[in-house]
Ligand binder design. Sequence first.
Ligand SMILES: [Fe+2]
Length: 273
Amino acid sequence: MAELVGCFAASHGPLLVREWDAIPQDQKARLQAAYAELGRRISLAKPDVIVEIAPDHWSNFFLDNIPSVCIGVGAAHEGPPEPWMKAFPLRELAGDPGLAQHIAQTAMLEGFEPSLSHRLKLDHGFCIPFLRMGMTALPRIVPVIVNSIEPPLPSLRRCLQWGGLLRKAVASYSAPLRVAVLGSGGLSHSIGEPTMGAIDENLDRECIRLFAAPEDELLSYLEQQLPKAGNGTEEIRNWLVAHGAAGGRGFELIDYLPVPTVIVGCGIAAWRP
Ligand SMILES: [Fe+2]
C-alpha cells in the first residue's frame, strides 16, 4: 500500500525569483537556509510522488472556466509558462496518472467533485518552492489546483477536508509508493489592490500559532481575518490542505519572516505524517 511520508508547506511569491538579488543579505540567508532545510526534509522522506497543492495564477484557467479544485491526472505536466521562470530547468514534469486517478475516484466516492486535467501547466506557484530548494531532480508530481484567486473560493473547512481526503486516498492506494504532500502559497500578501505590498505579520504569526491549536480555533480565526487581509493571503488554503493531510497535528515551523522586497510573509513548515 502507499504510505504518506511527510507533509510540507512553503511560500512562492513571484518576487522570490524576480527580485531575489535585491533581498537584503540577512533575509536572503534565512530564506536560503529555510528552503534548503525544507528540501533536505523532503529528500530524507524519499517520496516517489509529491502531491502538490497550489493555486493557478491564470496559467491554465481564466474567467470562462474556474474550477474550485482541479487534479492533474496526466502522465506529464508542462513547466512554468512565465518568461521570468526560465531559471527553472524543467520544461516538463512527470506525473503519476495512477495515483492521481485514484485520488479523483476516492474524491468522487466521498462526495468531493474535483475537475480533472490531463495537461496542466505548473506555474510559479508549483515551481518556485522546488527552484528555491534547489530540487531539480524531482519525483513524480500530482498537482492539485485549489482556487485561491478568484471568488467564490472553496471554504477553509473544505480545504481542510480535502487534506483528509488526500490522506485517505494515499492510504487506500494499492501501489507501494512513498507519497509526500506539499502545500504552496501564502502567507500574507496583497497583489493588484490598494493595499498592494502589505504584509500582515500579526496575522501570519497568529495563523502559525493556531496551526498547533484545535482546528475549529484555526478555522474560526481565518474565517474572520482572511476577508480583511490582502487578497494573496487566501492562498493559506493550500497550507490547510497540507495540514488536513497530516491529520491536523504536528505542525512545525521551519522559519517565518516578512520580506518587504518580495511583498510576502514567507513561511516554510513541515508536519509529521
Ligand atoms: Fe500565488
